[in-house]
Design a protein around this ligand. Structure first.
Ligand SMILES: [Fe+2]
Length: 288
């Protein structure tokens, strides 16, 4: 059975981190080995006010997108003060540490690839004193040409809705979409991508834009609602839910909300430069 599923927000279970590195951290894994993934782990991380994550590094890459709260991160000596819609990537082996200096819990979307060998925090995570828990940091957007691995997503980054144009596919099969790349190989991520997707109300990729591919995808819905057309049937998705599409899992969407549908999307491994998306409808003319 091909792995694809809607993981509703009501099923997310925050579990206290037991790595020994963190204070006040809990994590809800939304997709990973348990959903049939072999390349990624997608989770929500929640750090309590005053909470910390000591210096550590991983064998995997880790992208993050801050959903709420304020938090400091030190990435290899670069200290940043993150606010909602700030994002970044920690490349493999790069030391980093976190600190929630706000009054409320900080919550961020987290993507890891290659997939850790366990959904716990310990596998693939190694403590280091090369960085320490930060006490201050620069806001994203402050002029600093040495900053490469963090950024801020703003509404006006989205282009006009139109046909899909991204690494691996350009063409009309998916229309009425706006896409803004956050993390890919241009900033050093070799195993995964992370980007924002927004569809206009009423848009649909179904059925001609339904497709599958050799890489895995996950979609964390930020706004709006849609029907996900998956191998297992048509399922409702609302803001806060996650959809996982494994290798060769057919997927497409019909937007059902009056407002735009926006999600954070991740892919692992990253798509090949062309020919990465397979649309069965394209192959009907050559079928017999
Ligand atoms: Fe896809």
């Amino acid at each position: 059975m091909v792995a694809s599923s809607v993981v509703p927000a009501s099923s997310f279970e925050f579990v206290a981190d037991d790595s020994g590195l963190a204070n006040g951290l809990s994590v809800a894994v939304m997709a990973g080995a348990g959903q049939g993934s072999v390349h990624l782990e997608v989770a929500l991380s929640r750090l309590a006010p005053g909470g910390t994550i000591d210096g550590h590094r991983h064998f995997y890459e880790e992208s993050f997108y801050l959903l709420s709260g304020e938090v400091l991160i030190d990435i290899d000596g670069h200290r940043h003060h993150l606010r909602p819609n700030d994002y970044g990537v920690v490349l493999a082996a790069v030391p980093h540490a976190w600190h929630n200096v706000g009054d409320e819990p900080a919550e961020w979307f987290r993507m890891r690839s290659p997939q850790p060998r366990s959904t716990g925090a310990s596998m693939g995570t190694y403590p280091t004193d090369e960085v320490v828990v930060p006490e201050d940091g620069s806001f994203i957007g402050d002029p600093n040409p040495t900053v490469r691995h963090v950024g801020h997503f703003a509404e006006n980054h989205l282009p006009q809705p139109g046909p899909l144009a991204m690494r691996g596919y350009r063409g009309p099969n998916v229309d009425s979409v706006a896409l803004w790349m956050l993390v890919d190989d241009l900033i050093g991520a070799l195993h995964h991508t992370m980007f924002i997707v927004q569809f206009i109300p009423g848009a649909s990729t179904h059925p001609g834009g339904d497709h599958f591919h050799p890489f895995e995808e996950a979609y964390y819905f930020l706004t709006g609602s849609a029907i996900a057309h998956l191998d297992g049937g048509d399922l409702e998705v609302n803001a806060g839910d996650l959809v996982f599409a494994g290798t060769n899992a057919m997927h497409g969407y019909t937007m059902t909300s009056d407002t735009p549908v926006r999600w954070i999307e991740v892919q692992a491994p990253g798509p090949t430069p062309a020919g990465a998306f397979i649309f069965p409808a394209d192959w009907e003319p050559v079928d017999g």
